[in-house]
Design a binder for this molecule. Structure first.
Ligand SMILES: [Zn+2]
Length: 202
């Protein structure tokens, strides 16, 4: 039988071990770090986790995470309202915005079409995207989905929906290698992918 710690310390280890990217060893290191950390630091972490789900919600327009809806991007008058960049997750927005190549709006789909996993177009925020395109302000939709089979299929699906709408549909240049994720790509690679974006028809 392997040795486990008692009570509170094991409770913290188990909780951290469940989080993405942290294995049992990492969870143990965090637990022991917190044990000897200044009390305020540990309390701050506990408070931040508690308020996360209470305060953070999703922007009613774009689906980004925000404490106020509409979010800062949607309510920023300096943003270019003629372009919408479509992403899979809220965590894709920051790396794309940091490239400085893009000053338009965003739209979070909430995933990609994946019939095997039960994700149909109706489960994604596609309808609300079409709603945003109705008034004719938007002239270009940039599809910045991850280069996976499902991502590609979703880009094709949206391109077909917008066929004949007069809206230009583009996707990021293929600087991103297959399977690589936008969330973890560096700014230079993403900036190039933005600058070299091309029509999905080509
Ligand atoms: Zn927003």
């Amino acid at each position: 039988m392997s040795l486990i710690y008692d009570g509170a310390i094991q409770d913290v280890i188990d909780s951290f071990a469940k989080l993405p990217g942290i294995g049992p060893k990492g969870a143990q290191r965090i637990a022991f770090y917190l044990l000897s950390a200044p009390k305020e630091e540990a309390r701050h972490l506990a408070d931040a986790i508690t308020t996360l789900q209470e305060k953070v919600r999703f922007c009613e327009i774009c689906g980004n995470v925000t404490e106020e809806s509409p979010c800062k991007i949607c309510s920023d008058p300096r943003r270019d309202r003629t372009t919408i960049c479509v992403v899979e997750r809220p965590s894709d927005i920051l790396p794309l915005d940091r490239t400085g190549q893009y000053h338009g709006l965003y739209h979070v789909l909430g995933g990609v079409i994946d019939p095997m996993a039960g994700v149909t177009p109706a489960k994604l925020r596609i309808k609300s995207l079409l709603e945003r395109l109705k008034d004719g302000t938007v002239t270009e939709v940039i599809l910045a989905l991850n280069p996976t089979i499902e991502g590609d299929a979703t880009m094709t699906y949206i391109t077909r929906l917008l066929d004949g709408s007069g809206i230009k549909v583009t996707k990021l240049a293929s600087g991103l290698s297959v399977g690589s994720e936008i969330e973890y790509a560096d700014e230079i690679t993403l900036g190039r992918a933005f600058a070299g974006r091309r029509s999905t028809d080509e």
